[in-house]
Write a protein that binds this ligand. Structure first.
Ligand SMILES: NC(=O)c1ccc[n+]([C@@H]2O[C@H](COP(=O)([O-])OP(=O)(O)OC[C@H]3O[C@@H](n4cnc5c(N)ncnc54)[C@H](O)[C@@H]3O)[C@@H](O)[C@H]2O)c1
Length: 391
């Protein structure tokens, strides 16, 4: 089946991600069938879209006619068999392997034989979900980022049995939707959630060792590194329930490689229910009378913090290339368009010099004697052969 504008698109799950995916598909012109087991979630999703559309009309970004027809193209229902008329279905329900497998196995009884089915999972393997299918060659991962209408990146993740034509068709469709697709291998965390781990974990390590406080580390990454948010601000924004669980899942899936070790300080916040912005307190206090945190804006310390976190990030990007997770070009796109890094990690490495990054990692490894800091073999080869990633 060739998926195009005439194809009816099904979206399962009307929460944060499913609502966004339905909006993007309807904006492109598809008829969309949005299914959720909870009728109230469907109602909330409808109301939220109406508000978003009203804002877009106000800003002059969409006409009221276009907004109306977009909203009319989305049918909302609790009936799974409505997917019978869909040529492409994207699932965005709760992140639970057994529940996802159960629903896919049921869904295959209703959909056409050539309907393409995708999951928006962040952390489960595509292969493990595909075991629920009688026809797993029609199934793949399409990982959107939150908020879906605004974030351009989509990771496309075929399993090793996904039909190649289907993979290409979905890749092109995502492009037609105005998004930037990157191709990722079915490995833990795909590209973004794998490569970005040290942004959080090395910041947490610096904090736990008492090298700097939360405000200073965030200051260093923003002022010296140019990142939009510091690691602690970002973890508070994502929520420690989500961020910690992603780290823990990736750690387990990598057979407890110390590079991905979760942090006890973050676990303690989670245990105490201090989830970040959404609970009013995480690393920062978001209450009205909260004391302002003033960073220790020492340039030398800041440069040391930034250099250490960036070197760990570049090391992880090298590993993703080495292990064939994605191409260097797609890794650059993933980190700049999926998590808004100010520059691609590999071009940053070229600019600073791979030998400086390697030296930073070697020094850390010698100092700590921990495998966590082992320089990636690709980075070592780049230095030995005097190579750059680009140009
Ligand atoms: N929130 C994010 O930032 C983000 C980013 C990328 C990927 N994801 C992934 O997207 C998926 C959805 O996440 P979310 O944040 O939108 O969740 P959410 O909790 O906002 O929404 C999930 C929706 O699925 C519905 N649902 C649950 N079980 C169902 C079932 N059996 N049948 C029908 N509907 C069911 C719920 O009623 C709810 O409306 C997860 O796999 C998550 O890992 C989330």
């Amino acid at each position: 089946m060739n998926i195009n504008k005439e194809t009816t698109v099904g979206v399962l799950g009307a929460g944060t991600m499913g609502s966004g995916i339905a909006q993007v598909a309807a904006a492109y012109g598809h008829k969309v069938i949005l299914v959720d087991s909870d009728a109230e979630a469907l109602e909330r999703s409808k109301e939220k879209l109406a508000k978003v559309m009203a804002r877009l009309i106000e800003k002059g970004k969409i006409t009221s006619e276009d907004s109306e027809s977009l909203q009319e193209r989305i049918e909302r229902t609790t009936s799974l068999p409505r997917f019978r008329e869909c040529g492409f279905v994207v699932e965005a329900i709760i992140e639970n392997l057994d529940i996802k497998k159960q629903i896919f196995s049921k869904m295959e009884d209703f959909v056409k034989d050539d309907t393409v089915i995708a999951t928006n999972t962040s952390s489960l393997s595509i292969a493990s979900i595909s075991s629920a299918f009688r026809h797993p060659e029609r199934f793949l991962g399409v990982h959107f980022f939150n908020p879906v209408p605004l974030m351009p990146l989509v990771e496309v993740i075929p399993s090793f049995i996904t039909n190649q034509e289907i993979e290409e068709n979905v890749y092109n469709l995502i492009k037609d939707w105005g998004k930037i697709p990157v191709l990722a291998k079915d490995t833990p965390g795909f590209i973004v959630n794998r490569v970005a781990r040290p942004f959080y974990s090395e910041a947490l390590r610096l904090l736990e060792e008492g090298i700097a406080d939360v405000g200073t580390i965030d200051w260093a990454m923003k002022e010296i590194g140019g990142f939009r948010m510091g690691p602690f601000e970002l973890m508070d924004y994502i929520g420690h329930d989500v961020n910690y669980v992603v780290t823990e899942t990736i750690f387990k899936q990598f057979y407890y490689d110390p590079r991905f070790k979760p942090s006890i300080s973050q676990l303690r916040l989670l245990e105490a229910g201090l989830l970040g912005r959404k609970s009013g307190r995480g690393f920062y206090d978001y209450s009205e009378n909260a004391e302002e945190i003033i960073p220790f804006d020492d340039l030398e310390l800041g440069t040391q913090i930034f250099g250490r976190i960036l070197s760990m990030l570049i090391n992880e990007a090298c590993d993703a290339i080495l292990m064939g997770v994605a191409t260097p070009e797609d890794i650059e796109l993933a980190m700049t368009k999926g998590v808004n890094y100010p520059q691609g990690l590999l071009s940053w490495c070229d600019e600073i010099g791979a030998e400086i990054i390697l030296d930073t990692l070697k020094n850390l490894q010698t100092e700590y004697g921990e495998d966590r800091y082992r320089p990636n073999v690709l980075l070592k080869r780049m230095v030995r052969e005097g190579k750059r990633f680009f140009g």
